[in-house]
Design a protein around this ligand. Structure first.
Ligand SMILES: *Cc1c(COP(=O)(O)O)cnc(C)c1O
Length: 372
């Protein structure tokens, strides 16, 4: 059995990297290079490389899914490319052209097609990482960057059973403030979250729920996922309302978040981007008006939050198990990703590869690349 077959059988989350990486360089003199394929391996960096001292490092996380016809499709790759560009420009780094990003992703997926697992919820996770490589001590922006695209077969990061997670609010610590880097997918944001996360994990929670940096009462997001609330303000299916905190520069604009908002509207659920206080969440859970909470992101997909703790108090949503709105949204989302439900929003981009042409999916490939 090949390494790829073993990894596909029980991938976990990023336990196995694939064989290839794609590398693209940028310099102030030459701009972006063409992409090149390299075997997975170490990067040699000068100890004065600016990423190590001044933290210019941004990344993305996106997925490719096996389709019913045997092809593979990237999920909203152009949106990930644009967000990488926005993250990069916040850190004074160059924006990679969207087409170059798309070609690099498609090439990596085609090369490592053998590593893509098949089951619903499983995927090939791509991690494009951009870092400052110029050797220079003395604060200014770098004149050299490297972008490396990595690939991993994965299960959803909290597992394929989507068991409810528990979260604890961040207390005195703050992840981001308006005008800072909170909206960028930059490495420093995760460094800022680690200490608080470790403490929450030690107390038995799965994640930190970040509150806003000024008043410390507005709910923002988890360390790598956006959050949603399901409120019941009437009887029957129409009595349900879905809300999520608005993007005001302190949270990452999740592409999954955008999909959930869109899918909820498609399913006839009322939705709103609405500021929510932690006191409102705790009171809503206790009164039964807040019936479900869930978190979402590319890595975790859509995962229920069963319990939230704040300032020593704890509240459970419903009976602590996954609620029907969360399950319905996740199932619709996964079915679109795997080509089971019609992709009416054009979120999938099929990747050309030998396997796909063997399976005769040429029409679909031509259509999806032409639509780009
Ligand atoms: C990546 C990320 C998200 C989710 O974004 P997706 O595009 O849905 O994967 C949410 N919050 C943070 C802090 C993130 O890093």
């Amino acid at each position: 059995m090949s390494d790829a077959a073993a990894a596909r059988r029980d991938p976990g989350f990023c336990r196995f990297h694939t064989e290839h990486t794609i590398v693209v360089d940028w310099s102030a003199e030459a701009g972006w290079s063409d992409w090149s394929v390299e075997p997975y391996g170490s990067i040699v960096l000068d100890p004065a490389a600016m990423v190590l001292h001044y933290g210019q490092s941004v990344f993305e996380g996106l997925k490719a899914f096996r389709q019913p016809d045997g092809s593979a499709a990237l999920f909203r790759p152009a949106d990930h490319a644009r967000r990488l560009g926005r993250s990069a420009s916040r850190l004074a780094m160059p924006e990679m052209p969207v087409d170059l990003f798309l070609e690099a992703c498609a090439e990596l997926v085609a090369l490592d097609d053998d590593w893509i697992p098949d089951e619903p919820g499983q995927a090939l996770y791509l991690r494009p990482l951009m870092i400052a490589t110029e050797a220079q001590v003395g604060l200014r922006d770098s004149r050299r960057y490297r972008c490396v695209f990595l690939a991993y077969p994965v299960d959803p990061c909290f597992g394929r059973d989507f068991a409810p997670i528990s979260v604890e609010t961040s207390g005195e610590s703050v992840r981001a403030v308006r005008g800072g880097m909170g909206e960028a997918k930059c490495s420093g944001n995760y460094a800022a979250s680690l200490m608080v996360r470790r403490e929450a994990l030690a107390r038995g929670f799965n994640e930190v729920l970040w509150l806003d940096g000024l008043e410390r009462r507005w709910v923002e997001e988890l360390s790598g996922m956006n959050v949603f609330f399901v409120w019941r303000d009437g009887d029957g299916p129409d009595g349900v309302r879905l809300t999520t905190p608005p993007c005001q520069g302190t949270i990452v604009r999740g592409i999954t978040r955008d999909c959930v908002l869109t899918l909820a509207r498609d399913l006839g659920i009322r939705v709103a981007e609405e500021p929510t206080t932690i006191d409102g969440v705790m009171a809503g859970a206790r009164s039964g008006r807040l019936v479900e909470m869930f978190a979402c992101g590319t890595a975790a997909v859509v995962v229920p939050v069963g319990r939230v703790a704040d300032a020593g108090a704890s509240a459970v949503f419903g009976d602590g198990r996954e609620g029907p709105v969360t399950a319905r949204l996740r199932n619709a989302f996964i079915e679109i990703q795997h080509g089971i439900r019609p992709d009416t929003h054009g979120w999938l981009r099929t990747v050309r590869n030998d396997l796909a042409s063997v399976h005769g999916s040429t029409d679909r490939q031509l259509r999806s690349w032409a639509d780009a």
